[in-house]
Design a protein. Structure first.
Length: 708
């Protein structure tokens, strides 16, 4: 196998270091000047290219960048950067938002492409003297939106979740797909079969999307689950993501499309896949933004050779090309977005976003140069135009954004997304449900069934592992019966591809050790328990107490005398004290209320004692106001699910007694509470209010114990 020689390896390493220093250094300067980082990286590339470094220090330039093996190595890293940028853009795409904005996206893309091609033909013929095929290709370059650049700028502005940003991404991807189809047709003109080539490319694109959204989706979900759950490879999920990204890119490349299209589509699938945690996405983004993306943008800038431009007439031609391309692209794509039902200023924002260049369009321009349809001088002219759009577009976007406040529907969506980000259960994917009679698995399963129904309605991942702990032979029939009853209850939730129920069996004398070992790869342990008989020697059961005390993940305990009957639950009480565990428990209550169509009552008690901060007595009204403020955060979180939660505040010094009074004030069929385990001397202690309620009231309860 051919390898880099020692000298070439040395040069490659030096070149990578120089590229990263130039790119990230220029990006930092751009950021301090309130410009997008990508602009700095492109200009850093110009400085390293033939126009600056090549002209001032030709020997250094030749030694670092003109060796064939070095150039190939840097080109590979650059392609990886472009692929990973499209992966990140795909991850951030919300298919629901895209479906809502499909019409303006398609209209904006269509209105951007056709006029840009016409402008390229006319500009090429009248100004540059190009023949028709060359002018068509110039128009194709002008029509492409640099989705990677747009995504990076929108990420920097923290605007990627806005509706207009999603339309820009949708229209940009549509334009890329259509442009690659048109490029295949233009290339086929040279072989004399444009119609057949265009039809074939169209069929291939449709089949690729259909397969990725069916077979590819199922395989991605399966692979993410298995890699995370069945292997102990460090960063195994990250490795799998990279493998599947490159495989998707390779498939589209092999089909004659473009590798960036495959990476983007896989990113869309990954955004909703199991185990695609925020931490995993951040690791992908760190790898991309910190290493590969700067190489891509710097190398794009390095291809610019200002010395090839010539005299003032060429500069005038560049300015004219920039004006024509901008006016046509912004004007017509804004018109398309407007016809697609967007608001006026929102349409203009979409037009400005679609005019961004410096990414895929540069790749298309390079391809045109390789095909002989664009000269080096025309490529350089276009590259300068691309840099100008990156320079001027972000300030225009910043100036236009205040004119495009979120609509009521968009604000509701953004609030839902923010509430979901803060909430507890959306991030709980893997639940361990031990099945041994002492842990009352039927009671736990009756609660998990309702949570699973709501998770399915919210299109969230929820995988339950039933862990059957088999002991001595004489206990196995009892274990099997309990496990079957629990499994039948879980199956009632009708699992989909977003939910999976698996069963593991283990034969052991030490049930606790096995359960704790199995829980290390899970987010939550769910067990059942009977009501404790006393607050003085409080215990939920020997096994339950030890699991709560020793588990490294959170524990959900369903406390009842029998499995939960959802048809009997009409009102759920959620005591809140403002701590994270009570807010998390409130989120659990919301999922249960949604599944059982029950009323949710948020309750808190505030003490009339002296204020701990100001040491002043507070009036009754002030105490009530502070209580309602305490409930506001949980009300915001559960509101995303369309639940209208009633609120009740009581002034009382004993929270446990206040909760008991509320349970007696009106009928409740379920109480959901949170706690932080504070065991000491092998004695379970979950806080006086929780233990008072569980021991003195037999209302079925769900208790969430967090260890964070």
């Amino acid at each position: 196998m051919p390898t880099l020689g020692e000298h070439n390896l040395l040069v490659v390493l030096l070149a990578i270091g120089v590229v990263l220093v130039a790119g990230r250094g220029a990006a930092e300067i751009a950021r301090r000047l309130r410009q997008p980082e990508v602009l700095g990286e492109l200009l850093g590339g110009v400085l390293l290219g033939p126009s600056a470094l090549g002209a001032l220090f030709p020997d250094i330039y030749r030694a670092l960048f003109l060796d064939q093996q070095v150039a190939i190595s840097l080109s590979l890293l650059s392609w990886i950067g472009a692929i990973l940028l499209l992966l990140i853009a795909g991850i951030e795409v919300d298919l629901g938002v895209l479906r809502v904005n499909a019409r303006p996206g398609l209209f904006a893309a269509a209105f951007a492409i056709v006029p840009s091609i016409v402008a390229g033909i006319l500009f090429g013929r009248l100004i540059l003297g190009l023949p028709a095929p060359n002018g068509v290709f110039l128009g194709l370059v002008l029509s492409v939106t640099a989705v990677s650049v747009a995504a990076k700028i929108l990420i920097e502005r923290e605007s990627l979740r806005r509706a207009y940003a999603q339309v820009i991404l949708a229209a940009g991807i549509v334009s890329e797909v259509l442009v690659w189809l048109l490029i295949s047709i233009v290339s086929a003109l040279r072989s004399g079969s444009p119609v057949a080539s265009g039809i074939r490319a169209t069929i291939v694109v449709v089949l690729f999307f259909a397969l990725m959204m069916t077979v590819g989706r199922s395989f991605t979900f399966w692979a993410m689950r298995r890699t995370s759950d069945l292997t102990s490879i460090v960063n195994g999920e990250l490795t799998l993501v990279l493998v599947l990204t490159f495989l998707s890119a390779a498939i589209t490349q092999a089909l004659g499309l473009h590798p960036l299209l495959g990476a983007f589509v896989f990113g869309v699938l990954l955004g909703r896949a199991p185990r695609a945690t925020q931490q995993l996405k951040e690791r992908v983004q760190t790898l991309t933004v910190g290493f590969f993306a700067p190489i891509f943008f710097v190398l794009a800038g390095m291809r610019v050779d200002i010395l090839e431009l010539g005299g003032p007439s060429v500069i005038l031609a560049i300015v004219l090309l920039f004006v024509v391309a901008t006016v046509v692209k912004v004007g017509f794509s804004a018109l398309g977005a407007k016809l697609g039902t967007l608001r006026t200023w929102e349409s203009v924002l979409v037009g400005v976003g679609l005019n961004l260049k410096g990414g895929t369009d540069v790749i298309v321009a390079i391809l045109g140069a390789e095909l002989g349809l664009l000269s080096v001088r025309i490529y350089t002219m276009y590259a300068v135009v691309a840099i100008l759009t990156v320079l001027f577009s972000p300030p225009i976007i910043a100036a236009l954004e205040p004119h495009v406040p979120p609509s009521r529907e968009e604000m509701e969506r953004l609030n839902r997304e923010e509430a979901k980000r803060r909430a507890y259960l959306p991030h709980m994917e893997r639940v361990l449900a031990p099945a041994t009679p002492e842990l009352q698995p039927e009671i736990a399963a009756s609660v998990l069934e309702q949570i699973a129904r709501s998770k399915q309605a919210e299109q969230e991942i929820f995988d339950v592992t039933q862990f059957v702990v088999e002991g001595p032979d004489e206990q196995r029939p009892e274990v099997a019966q309990a496990a079957e009853q629990a499994h039948a209850s879980l199956e009632q939730a009708k699992p989909s591809e977003r939910q999976e129920i698996t069963r593991l069996r283990v034969n052991t004398e030490d049930a606790i050790a096995s359960i704790l070992a199995a829980s290390q790869d899970h987010d939550l342990i769910a067990v059942g328990a009977l009501h404790p008989s006393s607050t003085r020697s409080f215990s939920l059961g020997t096994l339950q107490d030890r699991i709560i005390d020793q588990a490294q993940c959170d524990v959900l305990v369903a406390v009842a005398d029998a499995p939960l009957n959802p048809s009997n639950v009409r009102r759920i009480l959620v005591p809140v004290n403002g701590f994270g565990y009570s807010l998390a428990a409130g989120d659990v209550a919301a999922y249960l209320a949604q599944a059982m169509d029950a009323e949710l009552v948020l309750f808190t008690s505030v003490s009339a004692r002296l204020d701990s901060f100001f040491w002043q007595e507070r009036s009754h009204r002030q105490l009530l106001e502070s209580g309602y403020q305490l409930l506001h955060e949980l009300d915001f979180r559960v509101g995303r699910m369309g639940l209208r939660a009633a609120q009740h505040v009581e002034v009382a010094d004993d929270a446990g007694e206040a909760i008991l009074r509320e349970l007696r004030r009106q009928p409740y069929q379920l109480v959901v509470m949170g706690a932080a385990e504070r065991a000491g001397n092998d004695v379970l202690y979950l806080g006086s209010p929780v233990q008072t309620v569980l021991a003195q009231d037999h209302t079925p309860a769900v208790l969430l114990i967090t260890h964070a």
